[in-house]
Ligand binder design. Structure first.
Ligand SMILES: [Zn+2]
Length: 444
């Protein structure tokens, strides 16, 4: 009996004969492993932003050999850019034989700290049982390597393609992307006149297309009181008790309200398919002393208490509404609580973004996933943000998704790894996508 995979597919008009392209990817497995290992072995730790120039030079050498023209761009003046830790980015472009669309693969080259709990060398790139281990293996040096192999195999098989292919490796995604994609977008690198399709190979898994992400609002809330001697608290006004009232009100009214706000965005995991709020930190009263301090604390009524909130919001919500929800809550407390005074300070905000399901890059990658994996693509939205925000907001380019190998849950964990077979499958999907978007029908 024929399995599902053998079910004959209806003939598509203009469907490519992709045998040669798929063979070209298969022939490059060893190269894909070596490239991923090479990238992992350059520890591009962020913070503070180490070895950015080194990884860009490493990629420049390789991509120039494959016929790309390569630019190294330092994000002068961006947050965290300094002579000691310059924010270097790479943009490589390969022109086709005739004019047409440009497909851009964007990967961040920075990685987060290794942290504790590793049983392998975090910067060794060890290959074992079909997995490559290391910090950044899945997030996202494996995806970067897969996109390079896909582009090289495609160019070797179809040197007569039309349009252009770009590959970028950018700084600082892990700390907001301001020295990376945001900077390049400001310089016009993601202008829709220059680039028409963007794929970000973040580790969303080889059968999932990530359409976008929820919005973010970070703020600091401070309650204010009056300092006094701790033995006579009635002479002061305790800011920590005021904050207690804020937290109680959050439990009673705000969290239930947020839990009721569901979204049509296909956010994964399921728990993030609603508005959420995290209290990242709380602090009030006397500052924490150094660990080697052996004295007692002093008796004071705290006159300030602060929390940092991390509110994630939905495409159905407006950021002004999100902020006024908090203000309204604080005003409710003020109305019933004598001496209650507060301040709210904005720290950071990102608008939610979601690419249309019928955008060309979405439908093309979905069809390629079906061809390679013989199953339908899943469409997801990320609970947290990534560089798509800058491509959308600054670059004004909507035809953008995240698609790449690796399991998201492994990102930022000890013993992070990426599977070689997953990278190979993703590289095939990326190469087929290039074929669909850059080959004139007559050349297929
Ligand atoms: Zn990432």
């Amino acid at each position: 009996m024929a399995g599902l995979a053998e079910t004959p597919r209806p003939a598509q008009s203009g469907a490519m004969d992709d045998t040669a392209l798929m063979q070209a990817i298969e022939a490059r497995e060893t190269e894909l492993v070596a490239l991923t290992q090479g990238l992992i072995r350059i520890p591009t730790l962020n913070p503070p932003g180490l070895n950015y120039r080194e990884i860009c030079e490493f990629l420049r050498e390789r991509l120039e050999k494959s016929g790309f023209s390569v630019e190294l761009i330092r994000a002068h003046g961006a947050p965290a850019d300094s002579d000691r830790h310059p924010r270097w980015n790479l943009v490589a472009r390969r022109e086709g034989a005739s004019s047409g669309d440009c497909v851009h693969f964007n990967s961040h080259h920075d990685v987060v700290e290794a942290g504790h709990g590793w049983t392998r060398d975090p910067f060794g790139g060890e290959l074992s049982d079909g997995r490559i281990y290391g910090r950044g293996a899945c997030d996202m040096k494996g995806g970067l390597a897969a996109s390079i192999i896909a582009a090289e195999a495609f160019v070797a098989t179809h040197p007569d393609f039309s349009g252009a292919i770009e590959i970028s490796a950018t700084a600082d995604e892990e700390s907001g992307g301001y020295g990376g994609v945001a900077y390049l977008a400001e310089q016009g690198y993601f202008d829709p006149a220059r680039v028409q399709h963007v794929i970000i190979p973040e580790p969303l898994n080889k059968d999932r297309i990530c359409l976008g992400h929820r919005g973010v609002w970070w703020a600091e809330i401070e309650t204010q009181g009056r300092i006094a001697h701790g033995s006579m608290p009635f002479l002061g006004d305790c800011a920590v008790r005021h904050m207690g009232a804020v937290l109680a009100e959050m439990e009673e009214t705000l969290f239930p309200l947020l839990a009721g706000k569901r979204t049509a965005m296909p956010v994964v995991p399921e728990g993030a398919r609603q508005s959420t709020l995290n209290i990242n930190a709380i602090h009030g009263g006397e500052p924490v002393q150094d660990e080697d301090y052996t004295g007692l604390p002093a008796p004071c009524v705290p006159d300030r208490c602060r929390i940092t909130i991390d509110r994630r919001f939905l495409i159905e919500e407006d950021i002004a509404e999100v902020k006024s929800e908090i203000t309204a809550m604080m005003e409710r407390i003020r109305a019933r609580r004598p001496g209650f005074a507060y301040e709210i300070r904005d720290l950071f905000e990102v608008q939610p973004t979601m690419t249309d399901r019928d955008a060309p890059v979405v439908t093309t990658v979905a069809a390629a996933i079906e061809r390679v994996l013989h199953r339908q693509a899943d469409f997801v939205v990320s609970p947290g943000t990534y560089d798509q925000k800058h491509i959308d907001r600054i670059g004004r380019l909507k035809n953008c998704i995240a698609y790449g190998p690796g399991i998201l849950d492994l990102a930022h964990q000890p013993d992070e790894w990426v599977g070689v077979a997953d990278m190979m499958d993703s590289a095939k999907v990326m190469a087929l996508t290039l074929g669909e978007l850059l080959l004139p029908l007559s050349a297929r």
